[in-house]
Design a binder for this molecule. Sequence first.
Ligand code: AMP
Ligand code: ZN
Length: 115
Amino acid sequence: MSTDCLFCRIVAGELPATLVHEDEQLVAFEDISPQAPTHVLIVPRRHVATLNDLGPEDDGLVGEMVRRAAAIAKARGIAEGGYRTVFNCNREAGQTVFHIHLHLLGGRPLTWPPG
Ligand code: AMP
Ligand code: ZN
């Protein structure tokens, strides 16, 4: 837990969020500034700043994050139509919160390439 980390504080229940899912390892909540009809963030409870900080011991955690995104997409009825999952890593990719999170975006057609 990092007291100056926004997502650690949401995980700890110190800041409000609209939770979509929680379990032993993960919390998922609605993005505060949604970029699509579905925009959910899947976040590990443990503080990991960026993808660059993951080790082989985290492979299971990352797998859980991706499969949770797929499960939420299915529950929202967007799995067949399609959706996007995104990890932004560091500033040039637009990472603004330095606690890893998987964006789940869907519910509208998404263009490619991203900006
Ligand atoms: P990124 O730019 O990849 O680091 O994504 C950070 C995301 O966190 C953005 O999509 C923000 O809209 C979202 N965000 C920032 N503050 C909050 C908050 N308090 N609750 C939920 N989502 C947030
Ligand atoms: Zn954190």
